[in-house]
Design a binder for this molecule. Sequence first.
Ligand code: DP6
Length: 430
Amino acid sequence: MAAEKWVYMVTAQTPTNIAVIKYWGKRDEVRILPVNDSISVTLDPDHLCTVTTVAVSPSFDRDRMWLNGKEISLSGSRYQNCLREIRGRAGDVEDKEKGVKIEKKDWEKLHLHIASHNNFPTAAGLASSAAGFACLGIVLCLSVSSWVFSLAKLMNVDEDASHLSAIARQGSGSACRSLFGGFVKWEMGSKEDGSDSVAVQLADEKHWNDLVIIIAVVSSRQKETSSTSGMRESVETSLLLQHRAKEVVPKRTLQMEEAIKNRDFASFTQLSCADSNQFHAVCLDTSPPIFYMNDTSHRIISLVEKWNRSEGTPQVAYTFDAGPNAVLIARNRKVAVQLLQGLLYYFPPKSETDMKSYVVGDNSILKEAGLDGANSVENLQPPPEIKDNIGSQDQKGEVSYFICTKPGRGPVVLPDQTQALLDPETGLPK
Ligand code: DP6
């Protein structure tokens, strides 16, 4: 390794994921090994993603990390475990043009700079994209998978995405499922060292591409219990969690795999909704009980349940993570348009809000729903399917905004250097 001043870097884009069979509970807190398998859908990174630039240079004097422009400490054991694991797998790297030659053994001495930014469509009432992600409660999950993927590329780690998922898992459990696009299973594994607790792809994003996902970001003043401490308390106190992990999820995971394979939306909906509801039941069964959903979340569940029942066959699946936000999966675009009209009827924006900042992500859906003009929300009629009105148009402000997206691809390297978050000369944030 020559002692010049080069900075060598890689930039990558990584998606986030939403579980339809939930991970809740660890059997090993250090290695982050779950008590059951889980299954997720990767969300389109065009609408929600993390961009990470990782850099190495002989001039760096310590490992450093910036998240959304702010330097954060890498001293936590989760970060340290991930860094150690990835350094241990690094290979030789050579870039003749830049005069960079790093041998496998050099990685132990070289320091890294990591900068991640959560990209998020500008939304109503949110100062920055970072605030948007904090609102969704997915900051850590996203950045861990993003920097494990980027470091693997930078360090020429010769491992497939499943092996990388086992490293990302040690940063944050659910993050391991973001190493793939489409539909992903995190297998709990049985080995004590966790080497078989990895993510695998069940099907790619093209397999079931009529699905449309609408996320209702529900306003909440309440400070939520973090997933990490919430699931620890559930493992310690909930008998329902034991039953769920042993008896319910193993069967449900197999059924969900079948439903995804056969694009069987009725089963997919039944399983997703039941699993979300059981996860929240486990939270209630925890001592002291944990409440993640609020009245707005419950109102959205009623709306969807009533609609599905009146149609005779399910049109929309719902799932809620460790917070009040609803993730709604519509069977196709036509249903998504009707769903959005219904949601906007019940949860209209505050009067001064521009529709394009109330419905973000793929907001071309607004036009299809006839909602791109002024005053169009006021003209919406109550959804005919829902005969007994579950509250009328008086819920202004209960939903902060909606994100329209779809299943999406896994992580990719961004070849365009202008998208790098670190300066190519100094290796510091631009
Ligand atoms: C409710 O992955 O955030 O979103 O492993 O402690 O970092 P740690 O927890 P985390 O838990 C996410 C739980 C969940 C369900 C899921 O994504 O499967």
